[in-house]
Design a protein. Structure first.
Length: 154
């Protein structure tokens, strides 16, 4: 067995926060968040990203690669439609780290304010530290686009 002295291991933490206004009612905005986290998920290059979201307390959030293959990303810690969903778990990190995501929605007339927060702690690789803000920015913006498209069709 190879051991590394724990004094040489650096624990990283980070918080990503973003707040956006969505020109859609809160119910449609919440639906859009669930779609982007689940069956309608896509990456910044526009390619589908096969995610599954079981939208109930304790439900799983995972990447479904088919044939019983995939990657567990987290569990629903809190869900209070249409105002809040929180997820905790490893997300895309296949190493010693834990994450907490929060999507808070607030109705403001016919608009919705979405407040997103991602907090992480653990042995986080530099690639994740650098790329996460880019990916979340895309996903949050896509939630806005999906909600506003739903609102236009309604």
């Amino acid at each position: 067995m190879i051991k590394t002295p724990t004094s040489q291991i650096e624990i990283e933490t980070f918080t990503i926060e973003r707040e956006i206004d969505i020109d859609a009612p809160i119910e449609l905005a919440f639906e859009a968040v669930l779609e982007q986290l689940g069956d309608d998920c896509e990456m910044p290059d526009g390619k589908p990203f096969p995610m599954k979201l079981e939208a109930w307390p304790g439900g799983r959030w995972y990447r479904d690669l088919g044939n019983d293959a995939g990657h567990f990303w987290g569990h629903i810690q809190v869900i209070k439609p249409p105002r809040l969903i929180e997820i905790c778990g490893p997300l895309m990190m296949s190493f010693a780290a834990t994450n907490h995501l929060s999507y808070r929605l607030a109705a403001e007339g016919t608009m919705t304010k979405l407040t997103f927060r991602h907090q992480a702690v653990g042995l986080i690789e530099q690639q994740h530290l650098q790329q996460m803000p880019i990916g979340w920015e895309y996903w949050i913006e896509r939630c806005r686009q999906l909600a506003e498209q739903k609102s236009e069709r309604a």
